[in-house]
Each structure stands twice: as C-alpha cells, then as structure tokens.
Design a protein around this ligand. Sequence first.
Ligand SMILES: C[S@@+](CC[C@H](N)C(=O)[O-])C[C@H]1O[C@@H](n2cnc3c(N)ncnc32)[C@H](O)[C@@H]1O
Length: 343
Amino acid sequence: MAKAGNRQLGEAKKQKKDEFYTQLADINNELRHYEHHFKGKTVLCNCDDPRVSNFFHYFSYKFEDLGLKRLITTCYKNQERDLFSQNDSERAIWLEYNGDRNGNRIPDPEEIGIRFLKGDGDFRSAECIELLKQADIVVTNPPFSLFREYVAQLIQYGKKFIIIGNQNAINYKEIFPLIMQDKMWLGVRFNKRIGGKNMTFQVPADYPMRGTEMYEEDGKKYISVAGTGWFTNLDIKKRHEEFVFVRRYNPIDYPKYVNFDAIDVSKTADIPEDWYGMMGVPITFLDKYNPEQFEIIGQSLTLADMKVIKKLQGKAGGGPRFYVERDGKLVRLFDRIVIRRRK
Ligand SMILES: C[S@@+](CC[C@H](N)C(=O)[O-])C[C@H]1O[C@@H](n2cnc3c(N)ncnc32)[C@H](O)[C@@H]1O
C-alpha cells in the first residue's frame, strides 16, 4: 500500500481507539477508592457525551452520596459522521448538574442545564479551558491519541484527576517525568484482569471484530484491552501499602548492567531487602510503588549508555535499553525503571 494510504489507515485506527467507551462497572470499581475526595468538589468530565458517557451517569446518580458541589460535562462534536459519539445536534454542548432538586435522587432532564458551546468542544479550546478552571477534579477516559496533551493541560492548570490510559504512556517522555516527580501515579486498577478480563470498552458498531479480546453482547461490541488502567494524582491507600521483601541480594540473581551502574531485578516481587543502591525493575513495579519506601531515579530509555554497547557489539540499534552479560553474550532487556530504596 502507498505511504499515504498507510498513514490514512493509521489515523483511522487511532481515531477508532479514541472511541472506546468505559463501562459503568469499571468506573464504580475504581472510584469507590476515592469517594472521600469528592465532598464539596466540582467534577468535570471533559471528553464525555452525556447521552453515552457512563462517567456522567456515575456522577449524576452519585451526586448526593459523594456530596458533590457541581458536575460539568462537555461533549465533543465529532466532524466524522461515522464515529460512535456522532452527535444528532449540530453543535457541541456542555452540561451542568447541581444535584437533585425534587427529592427523587435521580438526575431529571429539567434539573440538567444544557448549554451550547461556540466551538466543537475540544478540551483544548478556550471555552473548555474556562470550564476546566472551574473544576476541582477531572475524571474521564480521554482520547487515546491525545493523552500527552490531555495530561499536560491538567498539570498546567493544577487539576486533580482520575483518568484512563495505557501502560505505553508510562514511557512517554512527557509522562515519565511526572511519575518520577510524584505528580502522577497509577490508580488502583492497572493492567489487571478481573474475572479473566482486562478493562473492557464498548466500541463503535463498525469496529472490526478481531482477536480473542473482542465480543458482542446485546448487539453491542466490546473490546478488552491489555495494559489499560487508571492514572491519578489523588492519594489512594494502595500508594502507602508496604512492599514485602522476600529476597536478599546475591550477584548471580542480580547481575550488574553492562551500560549503567545498577543491578537488574527482573521481577518486581524479587526486589532484594538488603540492596540500597540503584536497581532496574520492570515497569510493573509502578503498581507496587510506595513513595515512602522507594524513590524513582529514572528509566532505561534515558539512562542506558548505548555508546558502551556500540563499542562492544559494533552496533546498537533499537533505542536505549539496559544490557546484561549472560554466558559471554550481551542480552538486551525490556524497558526498566531505575529505583532506590529510601533508608
Ligand atoms: C476514549 S473515548 C471515551 C469516552 C468517554 N469519556 C468514556 O469513557 O466512555 C474519548 C472521547 O473523547 C472524544 N474526543 C476526541 N477528541 C477530543 C477532543 N479534542 N476534545 C474533547 N473530546 C475529544 C471522543 O469523541 C470520545 O468520545
């Protein structure tokens, strides 16, 4: 296929991934760990068509239980006619809910203020940023392809957030420093199967059914996606759970890297109790990261010295990674996060 055709296909694929819709059960399961944060707060869901968004559903029905002050939801008006969240209305809208007024504890249409936006509801537009400024906590599943920009904007405006993202984002050069500086961390569920399934999203009707991770139920299509989970900057209990050490250091099981001064710990569970120097651990470590116990120093992507590898091998393709020597051969490892125990 011609390059332009490939690009188009890539773009279409990306846009389709932007249309993965979060299930109420997954929202419920995660947000119950944060309930105490919401009292008296304004919540914004800024990538959410209220007619289909379970985030709007969750917060409008839980408004009184959580003690919310205000719920704002903005709806993106897609230009593409065939996309899942395609609007009937010609214009993007935003919606405001200030709680139940008639005592039935249900968000009735007359209690929901619907307002029109001037533009298309892009979260980056000036009018959406105005709404962002009014919010305390932002909760949504943002478009996959705009994750970097989405997070950058939340940080720029100093907002608290609970959002869905993919594990790949951890390595982005815009995201990793935030994780390292404790400005963002993993939520409760991250890359975890529950009942045999990864987090599951409803997809547009024209989404091609492919692979074992897709299924159809009541005429709707769903996909469960490995590597997805929640990112947040709100405190959660999990973040303070002590890591329980079950191993001690020995030079055989914990070899030094050839191209960085640290030992390799190939499984998070094997972090040795008596090693206080630098160590490289798999990215899955972040799910066990307690900042009172450990400090994050960096990642192999920026710390690996590839000049050493080039000298030893004559070539060093594939981007920066740590290497160990095994049976006289150089072995290239997966991405690692470099950590150190706090004393
Ligand atoms: C991954 S979907 C999730 C939808 C909804 N938040 C949910 O979790 O069910 C991302 C949504 O963001 C919308 N979107 C795409 N680009 C956007 C933008 N620039 N600004 C705001 N919303 C956007 C898409 O139309 C889509 O509805």
